[in-house]
Design a binder for this molecule. Sequence first.
Ligand code: AIR
Length: 170
Amino acid sequence: MAESKTTDPGHSKKKSVPRVVILLGSSSDLPVIEKMLPLLDRFGLGYLVEVASAHRQPEKLKRIVKKTEKDGAEVYVAVAGMAAHLPGVVASLTGRPVIGVPVASGPLAGVDALLSIVQMPPGVPVATVAIGSAGARNAACLAARMLALKDPKVEAAVQDYRRELARGGR
Ligand code: AIR
C-alpha cells in the first residue's frame, strides 16, 4: 500500500510513501482522473490509486484509509458518482484533509454526486471541487497548494504551473 505513481488500482511502480491517496468509488471512475495524475507528477507528489466503494466495500475502504494514514499519507482525494458518500466517509475515518470529486456517472449528470459530496455536516469537512475531469485536475492543484505550505519544492512547482497558465497554458 505504501507505494506511489500507479494508475492501475492496487498496482505499484515505485516504492515510497504516497503523499496523496486517491480513492475511487468504482473502476468506471478511472477516466476522470486521467489528467490529474500527470499534474501530481509535475508537482512532485507521489500518489496511490485504489478502488474502494463506500457502499460496496466499506471494510476495504476503512482498511485502506487507516493503513495509509498510519504510513503518513497527507491528503485524500475521493472520487465518486451517484450517491457519492465516499468523500464524506473518508473524512469520517481520518483527520487529514479530504478533497471530493463528483463524477457524472448517473442520469443526473453529476449533480447528485456534487450535492452528496458538498453538503457535509459541520465538523466533517470535504473540500468539494467541480464535477468530472476539471474537478480532478483542481483536486491535484489544491492538494499541491496544501502541501506547498511546508514544502518549498512543491511550492516552486505550483508557482511554475501558475506562470504557465498565465502564459496561456491550460
Ligand atoms: N458508487 C459506487 N459505490 C458507491 C457509489 N456511489 C459510484 C461510483 C460510480 C457509480 O457509482 O463512484 O461513479 C457507478 O458505479 P459502477 O461500478 O456501477 O460503474
